[in-house]
Design a protein around this ligand. Structure first.
Ligand SMILES: [Zn+2]
Length: 159
């Protein structure tokens, strides 16, 4: 069996940036299970996994455009402190879920200047090329329900 659309895929992965720093890894933790072809993982990694079989190990470097996107200056905005209703102290590094002009997402406070708060809605890994070291652990056909839902059911599923 090879990875194709509607396959439930279990992988172990280690993710690092071009500086060689490990950003995230499933090694020693639970393997990642995802539904192939449903956009559950970044597009560049999904493409690299297409056609692979259980037991395959490979490395792939994925450019920012196929990972978390290019860094966009438009996603950096200065907003008024009044927007942070009910929050006493706004500090650099705080993260909020917000509905901003480009849609809902997580924003990070990057500067505080009096009542002017600068927020950055870029993904923390935007603009970075990412290298994945991947081991395909297991494959099975997804169930009809999983395909309908667009994700895999099992441990950690809340319905
Ligand atoms: Zn579901």
């Amino acid at each position: 069996m090879q990875i194709a659309d509607n396959t439930a895929v279990t992988i172990h992965y280690t993710l690092s940036n071009d500086a060689g720093e490990v950003i995230d890894s499933s090694i020693g933790e639970e393997a990642l299970v995802y539904l192939h072809g449903a956009g559950n993982i970044i597009s560049g990694l999904e493409k690299a996994l297409q056609g692979k079989a259980a037991g395959d190990k490979f490395n792939v470097r994925i450019g920012a455009e196929d990972a978390y996107g290019e860094y966009s200056d438009e996603m950096v905005q200065v907003i008024s402190r009044e927007m942070f209703e009910g929050i006493d102290t706004v500090e650099v590094g705080m993260q909020f879920h917000a509905d901003v002009s480009y849609g809902p997402g997580v924003v990070t406070v990057v500067n505080v200047d009096g009542d002017d708060i600068t927020i950055d809605g870029n993904h923390p890994l935007a603009g970075e090329a990412l290298t994945f070291e991947v081991e395909v652990v297991d494959l099975r056909p997804a169930t009809e329900e999983e395909i309908k839902h667009g994700h895999i059911h099992g441990a950690g599923c809340d319905h």
